[in-house]
Design a protein. Structure first.
Length: 159
């Protein structure tokens, strides 16, 4: 595979000297986190997706949770201190985050939006998140992820 261009997420982790590993794979269109994990022989429970939301106040938030889970919007709103939140329309993801759908990560977005990592991440020594483009993954500990994003943990999963 050709040498990969660095994404903002990779640059930030390197600049902050935060331990992580990268994985590159062939992908040219959106594929969800679970399907990617299964294709690559990874544990889907350790593969986390980033869901961008907009709050009633107009603020943007990144919610990061297991690819196998569904987000409870009420729990997400409570974590963000909002009356309500809704998923950001797909067509707005690039403009708001600087990343495309399927390559969106909470590390190195255009702006420092509040980041909430589902507390299930703490069950793992290492989680897998998008590396900032299709075909790129970052493996890192939940603590390192929280450091890189100035994030907080929260219970985000629907029951």
């Amino acid at each position: 595979m050709a040498k990969q261009q660095k994404t903002n997420a990779m640059r930030i982790l390197e600049q902050k000297k935060l331990p992580h590993r990268l994985n590159f794979y062939d992908c040219d269109e959106f594929t969800d986190a679970v399907q990617i994990a299964q294709t690559l022989g990874q544990d889907p429970e350790m593969t986390f997706k980033t869901l961008m939301c907009v709050g009633k106040s107009g603020g943007y938030y990144a919610f990061v949770m297991q690819g196998t889970a569904e987000m409870d919007l009420k729990k997400a709103a409570a974590a963000a201190g909002e009356k309500s939140v809704q998923l950001l329309p797909v067509k707005e993801i690039l403009a708001i985050t600087g990343y495309i759908r399927g390559g969106c990560t909470a590390i190195g977005m255009k702006k420092d939006y509040p980041v909430f990592l589902d507390e299930t991440a703490l069950l793992y020594e290492e989680i897998i998140v998008s590396g900032g483009r299709l075909g790129t993954q970052i493996f890192l500990s939940p603590d390192i992820f929280l450091t890189a994003t100035n994030g907080k943990t929260a219970d985000l999963q629907a029951i």
